[in-house]
Design a protein around this ligand. Structure first.
Ligand SMILES: Nc1ncnc2c1ncn2[C@@H]1O[C@H](COP(=O)(O)OP(=O)(O)OP(=O)(O)O)[C@@H](O)[C@H]1O
Length: 232
């Protein structure tokens, strides 16, 4: 198990604004910092900017203004060749899953481990274990096009968590499953968090936010992040 010092910030936004092309700013004056090992729900109305904020966090976009610091690096000063190593420290559950259709469920989930050169005997031990845990023991050799939406979502989650990333970002990770499976997935994120991963989950699922109310919230309103104590 890797131990990370508590008290450090894994990510910090300072005066961040984001616009797409020449459009209006969809995020403005975003300021927050997430301590290493913390757990947050990212909430806000549809179109408020949750996915855009996650894209900035996983280096899918650069801010139009302000500063984003990730793992103590100002991302504006990060060289192109440094990005893959930074991205490997982040697990992402995309809203549209982004699975590789020509690979089996097992091979999709194994990818982050194989990229890192983890021994095949370890891969063959850990991936089936995790897939069983998320209820996909019978789909291990199926390819994504034959899976349901909820099954694909669980493959995407397994792929994001298998390498115990330093930062886990999940965009609506329970949008396609019932509340029982959603709770199980939340427990999986909590287990990962206990091992030191900082977790950010964008969700509309008020049931989950209420059920796991011990976790803090990042709430987006009118394109800016307000912490719960700042909310009206
Ligand atoms: N690729 C894009 N190009 C232009 N505008 C975009 C793009 N992606 C998002 N936007 C705009 O940015 C704003 C925030 O969108 P975003 O997808 O971040 O919201 P969201 O809170 O994740 O919404 P939802 O809960 O519906 O997924 C919206 O006004 C949206 O139209």
């Amino acid at each position: 198990m890797r131990h990370r010092p508590r008290g450090q910030h894994i990510i910090r936004f300072e005066g961040v604004g984001l616009r797409y092309g020449l459009g209006p700013e969809v995020l403005q004056d975003v300021d927050f910092a997430l301590p290493a090992g913390s757990f947050h729900f990212l909430t806000g109305a549809s179109g408020a900017g949750k996915s855009s904020l996650l894209r900035l966090m996983y280096l899918g976009l650069r801010p139009s203004r302000g500063r984003v610091t990730l793992f103590d690096k100002d991302i504006a000063l990060t060289r192109r060749y440094e990005l893959p190593a930074l991205r490997r420290r982040i697990g992402v559950v995309f809203q549209d899953f982004r699975l590789l259709d020509h690979l089996s469920t097992l091979d999709n989930v194994a990818l982050p481990l194989r990229v890192r050169g983890v021994k095949e005997s370890e891969v063959q031990k850990h991936v089936p274990e995790l897939l069983s845990w998320v209820g996909l023991a019978d789909q291990m050799h199926s390819k994504p096009p034959t899976l349901s939406g909820g099954q694909k979502q669980r493959v995407a989650i397994a792929r994001a968590v298998i390498g115990r990333p330093d930062l886990l970002l999940a965009d609506e990770p329970t949008g396609n499953v019932d509340d029982h499976i959603a709770m199980r997935l939340l427990h999986l994120f909590e287990e990962l968090n206990k091992l030191g991963t900082t977790v950010v989950i964008a969700t509309h699922n008020q049931f989950l936010v209420d059920r796991f109310s011990q976790h803090s919230r990042l709430h987006i309103e009118r394109g800016t992040v307000v912490e719960p104590e700042d909310e009206a």
